[in-house]
Design a protein around this ligand. Structure first.
Ligand code: SF4
Ligand code: SF4
Length: 192
């Protein structure tokens, strides 16, 4: 009898509890900064072109071989507006085959590709998620706007500044320690 009442109380308390689930896709929970969605290409807003130079390293390293691309001569370089001699001309990722491993981001030497927050590109067709250069760049621009993404040069400067700031107290502590030791030894010498 007692255990029956206890069970009913558990059921009643669960019924009255505020739901912790979200009614997806009508309701969306906020994404975390570390969320990994599909890969996207970043945009160099200062020059007005992609960071991607079409080196094809990511294409060769992709384990599912879902990427393809073509490198072209950069017209902006010919006009003296860009330091990139080569640029990406065509690029495609079949996001239906992408396993979100992040290897393409790891191997890129130009910070030209990032794992964006994009995760809702459903299609009824098998090949419906073949995503071309303009769309990949749109996804990248959206990610850059919405995240704390920094261009490569600014990122390096920020990391160097953070390392310098972290090293400064240690250097100061070391200098203070040396001064205290020198003071102690001079006191000992005076006593002798
Ligand atoms: S995204 Fe990076 S690794 Fe891939 S082709 Fe562009 S520059 Fe090369
Ligand atoms: S995340 Fe992995 S599977 Fe997807 S495109 Fe990049 S390397 Fe290929």
């Amino acid at each position: 009898m007692f255990s029956t009442l206890k069970g009913m109380l558990v059921t009643l308390s669960t019924t009255l509890r505020k739901p912790v689930t979200a009614q997806y896709p009508k309701q969306h929970l906020p994404l975390q900064e570390r969320q990994w969605g599909f890969p996207a290409l970043t945009w160099d807003g200062d020059v007005g072109e992609p960071y991607c130079v079409g080196c094809m390293v990511c294409v060769r390293m992709c384990p599912t071989q879902c990427m393809s691309g073509e490198m072209i001569d950069n017209p902006l370089h010919a006009e003296g507006k860009s330091t990139r001699r080569k640029i990406i001309g065509e690029f495609e990722i079949n996001l239906g085959r992408c396993i979100l491993c992040g290897i393409c981001v790891e191997v890129c030497n130009f910070d030209a590709i990032e794992m964006s927050h994009e995760h809702e590109i459903s299609h009824y067709q098998r090949n419906g998620r073949r995503t071309d250069l303009p769309l990949l760049l749109e996804m990248g621009k959206k990610f850059q706007r919405e995240s704390n993404w920094l261009p490569p040069t600014k990122k390096k400067a920020a990391v160097a500044a953070a390392a310098k700031a972290a090293a400064a107290p240690a250097v100061e502590a070391g200098a203070e320690g040396e001064a205290a030791t020198a003071e102690e030894s001079s006191e000992k010498e005076a006593e002798a």
